[in-house]
Design a protein around this ligand. Structure first.
Ligand code: 2P0
Length: 320
């Protein structure tokens, strides 16, 4: 049998319902505030690692430039002790890369899991979440499903932990723009940390929000989960407007979607919005209402711009 010894992992992306926005330690990616996420079944990365004569890095079969490759192979050092053991890393994203659709959360989680398999490092989930965080903060939340808390803490404890809830939710993503964003989330949060006059107000409130959100999730209180998710994303996006050089990730198209969500809600179907470092809108709803809401949205938006996703089922690791 031709065994190539390919180590593979699949991880779901996660969308924050309480946002991570600002690092108090840039190198270690320790956030100013706790954040909480929901994993998505429809958004994932599959990463394959095989031995090779040289180090290589591909996303969706496209060879990545030296800058991307250097970033990824610096991360590989967390698992590879023998530098002479060269590898080829091939990642496949189910969603557009770097468009505010959380491709880096599933990307680094899948890479971390595949590296752990390939180099037989046998690290615990807590340790994998911690290491993954060093690559991309939000990826530390992709190790638990459907809800995960990432605590602002010291290096060892700033990891993802599961949040209990019996809520059965879905998310509908309305893609109003799938191009790579102009201001990366890393740049955007740094601009806010450095100069937003409401930054302290933001992270103080976000920490309060995270505690409230844990309790709403535990009590299966969807109405308050949704309302809090909206006020949290609103405050996060307001921080960008109070920078020395104000900017916004949201566009006219974003606000049109928000208006429609408010109309749907008035009609009696509960659904709530959140946005990340881009103009696309993610709508949280009960799974039982999701198809009906999707159908209403599809009267305004083409179906190829709407993605309906249930929660992720958890990561997978295997070899080929
Ligand atoms: C979040 N974002 O909580 C927030 C909301 C964007 C807006 O996590 O700089 O690419 O690599 O730690 O992981 C951006 O995600 O940021 C992000 P870095 P990352 O989902």
């Amino acid at each position: 049998m031709d065994r190539k010894n390919i180590s593979c992992a699949k991880a779901n992306a996660n969308i924050a319902i309480i946002k991570y926005w600002g690092k108090k330690d840039e190198k270690l990616k320790i956030p100013f505030n706790n954040s909480i996420s929901f994993t998505l079944d429809a958004f994932y990365t599959i990463t394959k690692i095989e031995n090779s004569s040289e180090d290589e890095f591909y996303i969706n079969d496209t060879k990545q430039d030296e800058q991307e490759k250097t970033k990824i192979f610096n991360f590989v050092k967390n698992f590879r002790s023998d530098f002479n053991q060269k590898i080829k890393i091939s990642s496949y994203n189910s969603m557009p890369t770097a468009a505010g659709l959380s491709s880096s959360s599933s990307g680094f989680a899948a890479l971390t899991l595949a590296l752990n398999k390939h180099f037989n490092t046998n690290k615990s989930i807590d340790e994998l979440s911690r290491i993954s965080r060093l690559g991309s903060g939000s990826s530390s939340r992709s190790f638990h499903t459907p809800f995960c808390l990432w605590k602002s803490d010291d290096d060892i404890n700033s990891i993802g932990t599961k949040v209990d809830s019996n809520l059965d939710l879905s998310m509908i993503i309305v893609i109003v723009n799938d191009k790579k964003k102009e201001i990366s989330s890393n740049q955007g949060m740094k601009m806010c940390v450095d100069s937003s006059s409401i930054f302290e107000k933001w992270y103080t409130q976000a920490n309060i929000d995270s505690l409230k959100m844990i309790s709403y999730l535990k009590n299966n209180d969807f109405t308050n989960v949704g309302k809090l998710m909206e006020s949290n994303t609103n405050l996060m996006h307001r921080t960008t407007l109070f920078c020395e050089t104000p900017f916004s990730y949201l566009t006219y198209k974003t606000y049109k979607v928000i208006d429609l969500i408010k109309q749907i809600r008035k009609s009696g179907l509960e659904c709530y919005y959140t946005m990340d470092a881009g103009p696309n809108v993610k709508i949280l709803c009960k799974k039982e209402d999701s198809y009906q809401i999707y159908e209403i949205l599809s009267k305004t938006y083409p179906k190829d711009k709407l993605i309906l996703s249930n929660c992720g089922k958890g990561f997978e690791v295997w070899s080929e």
